[in-house]
Write a protein that binds this ligand. Structure first.
Ligand code: ASP
Length: 410
């Protein structure tokens, strides 16, 4: 990777610009079908690879995460408070994302794309709550994998992860196998992600050629919608919880958290930001043993920014392919996006891979991802920044709940 002259984000930006230029050229030449026939197939190959990797990534990363929570029992009360904080704030993030996406959608800011030459988007099928509930539980392991039924894959991961922990010594081999397979799958995922410039170029050219220049304005709008969600969540959730639970002034909170926030914004990796997040949380008064538990766990499973992004992107893409989602389906988005953000690795672009899972759960064609893929880095910067801010605020709150006294700002 390091030997390459251009880093992946730079390659993606170049591919994006080239794709727009080529797409506009074919649009104004009145020959968009050339992009459909000769460029889009390569984008489809890339999307197929993404679809292929999503089941093993979700399965293995979740089992691996559950196994590593084995020692959470030891950490007892810190563990459940942390996880409760993560779950509540992530669910709130999903709701904020959905509210903004629906407002933008209802005032007609999200477009419905035209279909090209008899092409059909599969429609989302609405099911009632009980059917949805029954549908979460698998009846056949391979069937769940074959149909990429992500909610069922998550249930399988939870059951297998729990089983491995419960089996103790005898589960050791399975534990090692999961860890080793996950390392392998991570490499495969890195390879597929390295192909993304090809996917971005071909799909962007196709989208712009078939939809015209208006689609570019829509991308700016959906980005604005996500950032509005990020900011409102930071102000609402983190400043309120820092003040109410940890007794820290919101301005002090954001000021002292800013080194980690800026690093996350530029690196787009929660994992790489761990050392800085720990330092900032301790500066703000979190206890060392709490922050050394909460921050790494949060960098792995607490992704509020990712959750907002997944909700906004799902509504945007659903509208693009002409779907109107019911309230029941919105609830499914909250549940799936919360789980998907938990399963998202704290690495650049990981939230986009998990978006495929949310789309699959909603029966939205995964190909649609390519519409926003090219600008994913811009979404990622904001969501990673929010992700780690949530970890820092959690460390402060848990410190306070554990010590029963306000965290002292140094
Ligand atoms: N880049 C994000 C993070 O590291 C994950 C994501 O892509 O949403 O927190």
């Amino acid at each position: 990777m390091e030997k390459k002259k251009l880093s992946l984000p730079v390659q993606i930006v170049i591919a994006l610009i080239l794709g727009i230029v080529v797409g506009l050229a074919f649009y104004f030449m009145g020959k968009p079908e050339i992009t459909t026939n000769y460029l889009k197939p390569f984008g489809t190959i890339f999307v197929n690879l993404l679809k292929f990797i999503v089941v093993p990534v979700v399965l293995l990363s979740m089992i691996d995460g559950i196994i590593s929570m084995g020692d959470m029992k030891k950490v007892g009360s810190v563990g459940w408070k942390t996880v409760a904080y993560f779950l509540v704030t992530t669910a709130v993030a999903c709701v904020i994302g959905l509210v903004f996406a629906n407002i933008f959608n209802n005032v007609g800011l999200f477009p419905t794309l035209q279909l090209v030459d008899g092409q059909v988007w599969e429609k989302a099928t609405s099911a009632n709550f009980m059917d949805t509930l029954i549908g979460i539980f698998p009846s056949n392991l391979w069937e769940s994998f074959r149909t990429s039924n992500m909610l069922q894959v998550i249930v399988i991961a939870i059951l297998l992860g729990g089983g491995i922990l419960a089996a103790g010594e005898k589960g050791k081999l399975a534990q090692d196998m999961v860890t080793s397979l996950y390392a392998v799958i991570e490499r495969v995922m890195a390879f597929i992600i390295s192909l993304s410039p090809i996917g971005v170029f071909t799909m962007m050219a196709w989208v712009v050629a078939t939809q015209g220049p208006e689609i570019l304005g829509s991308l700016g709008i959906v980005l604005g919608c996500a950032y509005l969600g990020y900011i409102v969540h930071a102000v609402l959730c983190y400043s309120v919880s820092a003040k109410a639970f940890a007794g820290v002034n919101p301005i002090t909170f954001f000021k002292k958290a800013s080194p980690a926030m800026i690093f996350a914004f530029t690196s787009t990796s929660s994992a790489a930001t761990i050392p800085l997040s720990m330092e900032c949380s301790e500066e703000l008064g979190a206890e060392n043993d709490v922050s050394s538990f909460v921050i790494p766990l949060g960098a792995t499973i607490n992704m509020d920014g990712t959750a907002i992004y997944q909700c906004v992107a799902t509504i945007f893409l659903a509208t693009c392919c002409g779907m109107t989602l019911t309230v029941g389906q919105m609830v499914t988005i909250v549940v799936t996006a919360t789980l998907a953000s938990i399963g998202t690795a704290g690495t650049p672009g990981a939230g986009m891979i998990m978006l495929a899972m949310v789309l699959q759960a909603m029966n939205i064609p995964v190909d649609m991802i390519m519409i926003i893929y090219g600008v994913d880095r811009l979404f990622d910067m904001g969501r990673t920044c929010l992700n780690i801010t949530g970890d820092i605020s959690c460390a402060l709150c848990v410190t306070k709940w554990e010590s029963k006294k306000a965290a002292e700002v140094k």
